[in-house]
Design a protein around this ligand. Structure first.
Ligand code: ARG
Length: 581
């Protein structure tokens, strides 16, 4: 049990004995350590309900409070109850954590099945930095949810059936360079797509030709289907390379095309159940202007009348839309996969789309915990949307390549003695880690500025700083002569710096479950930075290997725990730690 929950339940008992009934006693880590380690404002909440004096109530609660050996309590201000944890408790708790392979994190998600929809790029188009956020954020959330005990199903809902195929088919037949396709398929497909797209702007008839190709594809034309299949396969291979480098994987890749056959029947169902009606020839689902206003209200761009926008599920010409596919996708995830929750990690521009989908699903009787986990944009150093010098979208593959190259230079400078082959391996871990951490350490809804120097700095709020902290701890153990078993060491923490490190280590089990309250891995990133800073302060203030044997073992055990928590926490963010750097 975490220290926080032990304190919470002791307080709950005390409140119950004073008030004669059970009440909520939420405890938080104190913002200011001068007042203690944990704080509870339940006396103020309860006094307000009962019109009594909060300080008097807090005093009675304190008399009834049995904290055992955890620590001491006192009252501050209008009736806050502050708890100070004793050094002995921190020592004993650290020893408990060393024997716990969950590092104190309770499995709060047990018994719930969640489908996480993330990355989902569009086929035959390059993955750009817009997809980077979804991929990195979605992967981290999947890892966190899995560790918390959720049964996680990750699904890459790729856009493999969009209108772009009209242009690609026409381009494939008129200007494909087979050699270029063999060398770098995605780049060649994108070149073909762009070339046709540009042509349609000058010669409008070409657009008609493309539309005709698309209609043929949708009607099942053999030649077009074969080309489509090849495009999808080639694109998937290109994506797999990037995911491999990012260490991201999916349980399923059910793209949009998977649902094609269901779409006509789904629209008929909607019409027969009176969920949709025909308007100007199109089949529409109206939401009656009462879309729930639950997601990130400060970011949504409310255009005049936006709530009355119907979701179109069949166009007047008979074609189906993105929304139709998403409804079929929900149906599959609930009926076949038995999802209790569905999370969509998709940028803020799709907010209206998901609100409509969630609202329609509720009325359709498809119930699950739906969440649109939205995120902002990535900006260049000029604070405008990130672009290459020629004005194109930046490609994810190029970003990763450059990150690794730059990390190699940073490492070579830091540690010129490192063997060339090891340096390459470490550069991969540090470069990819830096890109991921730059993303995950931001509040997901803010637009963040992509800065190479900042994300690769060894001193700063970066992955390399955390990885370097880990390496520094491991190097203590390399210098150690003779065996050492952290699990059986007895901890006796006395110095403020070591107590503070233990205090933060005890918080790991309290922080991780809160990450999914609002789907914010940045809280973990911040925690890890604070932990690393605490380690460095400890290491400066307290000698480890030179201390006398019993103190040395106690501190070594603390170092061991700190390295485990750092490595594990980074692991939840999808970031690896090198042994040296
Ligand atoms: N392919 C879409 C895009 O790139 C994202 C799909 C998100 N998932 C979903 N079920 N709609 O914008």
């Amino acid at each position: 049990m975490t220290l926080l929950s032990q304190i919470e339940s002791a307080l709950a008992d005390a409140f119950e004995s004073v008030l004669g009934e059970k009440v909520a006693t939420p405890v938080v880590a104190a913002a200011d350590l001068r007042f203690g380690d944990y704080q509870c404002n339940a006396a103020m909440m309860q006094a307000k309900n009962r019109r009594t004096n909060p300080r008097a109530l807090a005093t009675q609660v304190l008399e009834a409070l049995d904290l055992g050996s955890i620590g001491t309590a006192d009252i501050a201000g209008p009736g806050f109850i502050n708890i100070r944890v004793s050094p002995e408790t921190f020592s004993a708790h650290s020893a408990v954590l060393l024997k716990d392979d969950r590092l104190g994190v309770p499995a709060t998600g047990e018994g719930r099945r969640v489908v996480i929809d993330f990355s989902a790029p569009n086929v035959a188009k390059p993955m750009h930095v817009g997809h980077i956020r979804s991929t990195i954020l979605g992967d981290a959330l999947s890892r966190i949810a899995r560790f918390l005990g959720f049964e996680v199903i990750t699904d890459n809902h790729i856009g493999d059936w969009g209108t772009q195929f009209g242009m690609i088919l026409h381009g494939w037949k008129t200007r494909l360079d087979e050699a270029a396709l063999a060398a770098d398929p995605v780049t060649e497909l994108v070149r073909v797509y762009r070339s046709v797209n540009a042509e349609t702007k000058e010669v409008p008839e070409v657009l008609e030709v493309c539309k005709a190709e698309l209609v043929k594809l949708q009607a099942g034309d053999e030649e077009n289907l074969a080309i489509w299949h090849r495009c999808v396969d080639l694109s998937k291979q290109g994506l797999q390379k990037i995911y491999g480098r990012l260490d991201v994987s999916f349980d399923h890749w059910l793209g949009e095309s998977y649902y094609n056959e269901r779409l006509p029947g789904l629209v008929e169902d909607f019409l027969s159940q009176d969920l949709a009606r025909v308007s100007d020839g199109a089949v529409c689902v109206f939401s009656g202007g009462d879309l729930p206003d639950e997601q990130d209200p400060f970011r949504i761009q409310k255009k005049e009348g936006w709530q009355d926008n119907p979701a179109i599920i069949r166009k007047a010409d008979g074609g189906f839309l993105y929304a139709t596919t998403d409804l079929a996708t929900v149906e599959h995830r609930i009926n076949v996969w038995k999802a209790d929750e569905i999370w969509y990690v998709v940028g803020t521009p799709q907010q209206l789309h998901f609100r409509q989908i969630f609202d329609i699903c509720r009325r359709w009787g498809k119930s699950a915990g739906f969440h649109h986990i939205a995120f902002g944009s990535i900006l260049g150093e000029d604070r405008k949307l990130m672009k290459t010098r020629s004005g194109d979208n930046v490609q994810l593959a190029d970003v990763l390549e450059e990150a690794v190259e730059r990390a190699g230079r940073v490492i070579a400078e830091k540690n010129p003695e490192l063997d060339e082959a090891i340096r390459e391996e470490v550069a991969e871990i540090v470069g990819i880690g830096a890109v991921k951490f730059a993303e995950l350490s931001q509040h997901r809804l803010t637009d963040y500025v992509f800065s190479w120097d900042r994300m690769l700095a060894l001193q700063g709020d970066t992955a390399p700083y955390l990885q370097y902290s880990f390496v520094r701890i491991r190097s203590i153990f390399r210098k150690l002569e003779g065996p050492f078993a952290a699990e059986s060491a007895s901890l006796q923490l006395k110095e403020e710096a070591e107590i503070h490190l233990a205090r933060l280590l005890a918080r790991y089990g309290e922080v991780v479950p809160t990450l999914l309250d609002d789907h914010r891995p940045n809280l973990l990133a911040n925690y890890l930075l604070e932990l690393a800073r605490a380690f460095h302060s400890f290491f400066e203030a307290c000698p480890v290997l030179k201390a006398e044997p019993s103190v040395r073992d106690s501190r070594l055990a603390l170092c061991e725990l700190a390295s485990r928590v750092l490595e594990h926490g980074l692991g939840l963010l999808g970031i690896r730690c090198p042994e040296r750097m």
